[in-house]
Design a protein around this ligand. Structure first.
Ligand SMILES: NC(=O)c1ccc[n+]([C@@H]2O[C@H](COP(=O)([O-])OP(=O)(O)OC[C@H]3O[C@@H](n4cnc5c(N)ncnc54)[C@H](OP(=O)(O)O)[C@@H]3O)[C@@H](O)[C@H]2O)c1
Length: 458
């Protein structure tokens, strides 16, 4: 394919021609400050620059080499060049560029690199890219990071013309997948990030809920226990967002369990939330307390009522929270409709793997409460170091880890910036090695709320 002309805010990227030789040589290739970082040709003279251009121009229709000259729109000058080059060994395109020294520090390299990467993604349909730069060239490292590349380490590289060694920093860019909804077993889709509302209305009433809706949250998690269903109902009304566009989940407390009690609790929640249906109705805990000997019967009665509410169309989905396999089994042994969600304490360092495996086996979507571990371990140096490598805060690393693990999340924050941060977890991909590390990190925080031995529900 012939290289297209690409326009950015300040640049025009156009194919190079042999006539560019003198300008390339004079403007940057002959500058030792630039040349020392260049990988392929040292451009010792205009002749060697011409040789390089002949090679470049002959690649005009190649589908493994794409080269552009960068024209500064403001002046019409050729100020740099770069391209995408397919590396057989890596099985991906590598990005490269050079700019005249006078143009450094203006963000032009980032602008050109982003445009070339967009071409790679949108036209060449590539999802992985490689980048490398001389270790001394820290500016290029910043460009890589701004484009979303992740630093992978340093290694020795060889110059093409004489095989001389130089040390380079290696980078990799994986294009993240689009945010994907989770599909419940009955086909209903829920967004990957919801808003957790426990204690969120304590100081400012409905304001944080309104803010969350304004910022784009469309899944709200509440419970009769949170005593904020009224504020949530008011916020939804006031937001003007149609009820059908908001996925509303609420829960009954153990004291509200039982056949009749569940139906009454459901009606109470609907009335407080100013709605005639709930999107997801959940049992909050499997037991009243660890000594509760009636818990099996209580779950069976409650679930019967839940199934009726579902069949009557009063809730679009039904599920549970804090159920381990032995609690879930009581439902599975007696139900017509299986739970669609299990909301569990899940975060880095506390992943309840046995229960997660059980949920997956039974087509139950795992949902994480305290997905940030309430930020108790945000100061952990290894998490801070890893988050820095992705150019993201620790909070996003923790949430993205759960998302990539197939877990829906409902982080809570009352601060606008944090609410935004907690939704913005899709611009990067945690690599396999780091996913593994995060999955085996020892427990740093645990709420101690556990149905069979917590004191919480007493
Ligand atoms: N089913 C259950 O039994 C159960 C139990 C517990 C929770 N939940 C649900 O799960 C939701 C989330 O769990 P959670 O509230 O316990 O814990 P969480 O979401 O892991 O953490 C919330 C804490 O982290 C802070 N925070 C949030 N985003 C942050 C960020 N980007 N940077 C720094 N700090 C940040 C919040 O402070 P600020 O608010 O001050 O920003 C708050 O103190 C709850 O709201 C509730 O809906 C369910």
């Amino acid at each position: 394919m012939k290289n297209p002309i690409i326009e950015t805010d300040r640049l025009i990227l156009r194919p190079l021609s042999l006539e560019d030789a003198q300008t390339v040589f004079d403007t940057w290739a002959s500058d030792p400050e630039v040349a020392k970082y260049m990988r392929y040709y040292t451009h010792k003279s205009v002749e060697t620059t011409k040789e390089w251009l002949e090679h470049t121009v002959s690649n005009e229709y190649s589908d493994t080499d794409y080269d552009w000259g960068f024209i500064l729109k403001e002046t019409g000058e050729l100020i740099g060049s770069g391209g995408l080059y397919y590396d057989d060994e890596d099985g991906m395109f590598e990005i490269g560029y050079n700019f005249a020294k006078a143009q450094w520090g203006k963000g032009l390299a980032t602008e050109a690199a982003r445009a070339m990467l967009d071409f790679g993604r949108n036209t060449l349909h590539q999802t992985q890219f490689r980048g490398r730069h001389d270790v001394r060239n820290t500016t290029s490292g910043n460009v890589m990071k701004k484009c979303g590349f992740v630093y992978e380490g340093d290694c020795i590289d060889h110059m093409l013309e004489d095989g001389a060694e130089r040390k380079v920093s290696m980078y990799r860019l994986s294009t993240p997948e689009e945010p994907k909804n989770f599909k419940l077993s009955n086909g209903i889709e829920i967004p990957p990030v919801g808003y957790g509302s426990y204690r969120s209305t304590l100081n400012d009433g409905k304001a944080p809920i309104l803010k969350a809706l304004e910022l784009g949250y469309r899944y709200i998690d509440t419970a009769s226990f949170y005593k904020n269903e009224e504020e949530i109902g008011e916020a939804i009304k006031e937001s003007g967002i149609p009820r059908s566009e908001i996925f509303l989940a609420t829960k009954m407390w153990p004291s509200e369990m039982g056949y009749e009690e569940t139906k009454e609790a459901f009606d109470r929640s609907c009335s407080k939330l100013q709605t005639d249906y709930i999107d997801l109705y959940l049992i909050h805990w499997p037991k009243k307390n660890p000594q509760d000997l009636q818990w099996r019967q209580s779950i069976r009665d409650t679930w019967r009522a839940m199934e009726e509410l579902y069949k009557e169309g009063k809730c679009r989905a039904i599920g549970v929270c804090n159920f381990q396999p032995h609690h879930l089994q009581v439902i599975l042994d007696n139900c017509e409709i299986k739970p669609m969600v299990d909301q569990l304490e899940l975060h880095v360092g506390y992943l309840q793997q046995y229960t997660l495996d059980f949920c997956r086996k039974h087509d139950i979507i795992p949902q994480a409460w305290s997905p940030l571990g309430r930020m108790y371990f945000s100061e952990e140096p290894c998490l801070q170091k890893m988050a820095k490598q992705y150019g993201r805060p620790v909070s996003q690393l923790l949430l993205r880890f759960l998302n990539q693990s197939g877990i829906q999340i409902i982080p809570k924050s009352t601060h606008e910036e944090r609410m935004k941060e907690n939704m913005d977890i899709f611009g990067f991909t945690i690599n396999e090695e780091d996913m593994h590390f995060l999955s085996v990190l020892p427990q740093i925080f645990f709420s101690k709320e556990f149905p069979d031995w917590a004191t919480r529900c007493e």
